[in-house]
Design a protein around this ligand. Structure first.
Ligand SMILES: [Fe+2]
Length: 377
């Protein structure tokens, strides 16, 4: 039987970060640790304002600003070691997916020490305690990490991406403030927006989909097709930014139950071996996988997804996804991303993990993936 429940509270408002100091007292915390990246939130003054507002409410906030893109297990360990030497009783993750994922992992593993951090991240340790209160404030619109039970990290020793998955990883509060996203450069807006589109499309065709995840997925897909290009071209467009924040969160709610499928699995080696940002790497194969999966989906369902993407057929909708990439100035060809043709074998043989595509409606073999990579070369 299909069921759906999702813990946590969600807020969305332009300028909503200014309300955080009023929301936080209900969590009964005093010493929140703001986990963020090195520069952006400091340079735009957001961090300073937040610190002032929390201090005015008699809290003792502190800051950890060493988060880098594509965090490793060692980065998460370092954050937890920092917390060990502070009086942190809660975490505010402020940033893109990396800051949010590190915050979620640290909030949970700080309270669970039965096994080494690395074992827990590999899903091998037993989680017996709930997480410290964790508030997620995304400054991009893409990962949906503010509402998912997943943490993506790269294992330093193997240079492979893994996902830590536990229901206690879902932040207790997700605060969407689209105003924080206006400083994203166009390329980052495009990449993160396509990450969210990947979540929406893959959640919809995942074998784990339900009527409840479908609702989130279709709404997210529609919003992204209508608003992403506008947000890329006009970064301060209020309506496009607001709709992209909602779409990203809706897509996160969709994959929170279904997990991702083939386009994400194919993206990981492209990111780890050629440093193509996650959302761009996902975008590369989305249209191809929609066409690949078409005959393994009920016709009514493939038509419904095509319609949400603004197309009359699967092939028309796939073309609209390709056109959106062009409008967002995202390269669609592996060759243009400086990936040599002889790397395709390696991407497939050493990077692709078929266990990551178990949720795809059609089985994906190494040969299938090679053919898809050749199509987009
Ligand atoms: Fe993703």
């Amino acid at each position: 039987m299909k069921s759906y429940s999702h813990p946590g509270e969600r807020f969305v408002e332009w300028g909503g970060l200014r309300s955080l100091s009023s929301i936080l007292p209900k969590l009964h915390v005093n010493c929140p640790l703001i986990v963020t990246g090195k520069h952006a939130m400091k340079e735009n003054g957001v961090l300073e304002t937040l610190l002032e507002e929390l201090s005015e409410k008699k809290m003792k906030p502190s800051v950890y600003n060493k988060i880098q893109p594509n965090p490793t297990d060692e980065d998460i360990q370092e954050l937890i070691s920092f917390m060990d030497n502070s009086s942190t009783d809660s975490i505010i993750g402020l940033g893109g997916g990396s800051a949010l994922d590190c915050s979620k992992a640290a909030a949970l593993l700080f309270n669970n020490r039965a096994s080494p951090i690395q074992s827990h991240l590999r899903g091998e340790g037993e989680i017996t305690h709930s997480a410290l209160p964790c508030v997620a404030v995304p400054t991009t619109s893409g990962t949906g990490s503010e509402v998912t039970p997943y943490v993506s990290f790269t294992e330093k020793t193997s240079n492979q991406k893994f996902t830590f998955d536990h229901p206690f990883l879902i932040p207790c509060i997700a605060l969407l403030d689209p105003e924080l996203t206006v400083t994203m450069p166009p390329y980052v807006t495009a990449c993160t927006g396509f990450d969210a589109l990947g979540h929406a499309m893959e959640a919809y065709w995942s074998i784990n989909h339900s009527p409840f995840s479908d609702t989130h997925a279709l709404r997210a897909a529609r919003l992204i097709m209508l608003n992403l290009a506008g947000a890329v071209k006009e970064p301060t467009d209020y309506q496009c930014r607001l709709n992209m924040s909602i779409a990203s969160c809706e897509a996160g709610l969709a994959i929170a139950r279904t997990r991702t499928t083939a386009a994400h699995a194919a993206s990981y080696p492209i990111t780890t071996q050629f440093s193509v940002p996650h959302g761009h790497a996902v975008a590369l194969t989305l249209a191809e996988f929609f066409e690949f999966n078409e005959n393994s989906m009920d016709e009514s369902r493939s038509n419904e997804l095509a319609d949400a993407l603004g197309g009359s057929t699967v092939s028309d909708a796939s073309n609209r996804v390709r056109i959106l990439m062009d409008e967002c100035v995202l390269q669609r060809r592996l060759q243009k991303l400086d990936i040599p043709s002889d790397a395709i074998e390696t991407l497939v043989s050493s990077g692709f993990r078929p266990d990551r595509v178990k949720n795809n409606p059609r089985k994906v073999t190494e040969q299938d993936l090679k053919e898809i990579f050749l199509k987009i070369y």
